[in-house]
Ligand binder design. Sequence first.
Ligand SMILES: [Zn+2]
Length: 365
Amino acid sequence: MRGSINLGRIAGIRLEVHWTFLLIILWAVYVGWSQGGNTESVFWTIAFVLILFVCIILHELGHSLTARRYGISTKKITLLPIGGVASLERMPEDPKQELLVAVMGPVVNIVIAFFLYFFIRSQLVVFQNPEEAEAMFQVINGGNFLLYLFITNIMLVVFNAIPAFPMDGGRVLRAILSFSMDRVRATQIAANLGQVIAVLFFFLGLMYNPFLIFIALFVYFGASGEYMMIRHMSLLKGHKVREAMMTEFTTLQTEDTMEKVGSVLLSGTERHFVVVGPSGEVAGVLFNEDITEAFQNKQTQQSAGDLMKKDFLMVSPHEDLSTIYRKVQGRQLSFFPVMENGFLIGTVDMENINEFMMIQAALDY
Ligand SMILES: [Zn+2]
């Protein structure tokens, strides 16, 4: 997501906070102030949000470090106003492993709440008297700070237990279903339930809490996105690049002019091109976006060699299509020269892969 501030690394994982997280602090201060707060309570409110922030980072580390045990790295941990997101490279396919990765986030909050319990247990008696409890929770202060933190950690556990895939509870549900059925089917059921709950969150959000609206959107689109990905991966599984690659393709020379590039672009349906050097070696890849940009900026004196990207990935015809699909999801690249024994034998792009999946889906069912 755009607009994130880099906070450095923790356990080797990049830590980012979205700028809107600052709005949470302002919002909390505003709510506290409007309920009769003073400078002291503002201080405690900010301290509370910051400590809560640490609890959420620890929760995400619970997921990330468990995944690391299974050889899965985490690209980054992002803190959003609606909570944290650990961007794992992928989820483990073994349901037992997925279950543990999903559970270990909330377990961290249970552990935090457990330790806090020893400090606040004498205060819990206030709940026997609702009026007293209400008075106590008007504003955050030194006296109820730990109690607030205890309750918030418990709430995090309860909220994450809601089976709204891709939230933690939904991942647990998918893992449990995967023990007895195909993973695609399990994801479909979990994602459908996640979307139903998201719609519920949306209406509750309209009535009570605007943050719930954002969570609803996050869950709704997250669920459909992840279901599509799992379905695609299963269609591609076991199939090789050779089966989907284009074997009829046009190459450009490094010295080709923009005029030449333009006419090649017009004469066929290919969008991206492999650029070869003087001795026939693959020198780079000319992406459609770069061609478009060059024409828009009237860079007509440039050559294909000037515009091409030298930073690209070559793939082997024996590579799994699912691996390529994952590479496309992970970065901006979407076009790959296919090389065998040092020779260019084809190209593959997302369009090929999409067509391949469409055909597989038709043959499958
Ligand atoms: Zn979590």
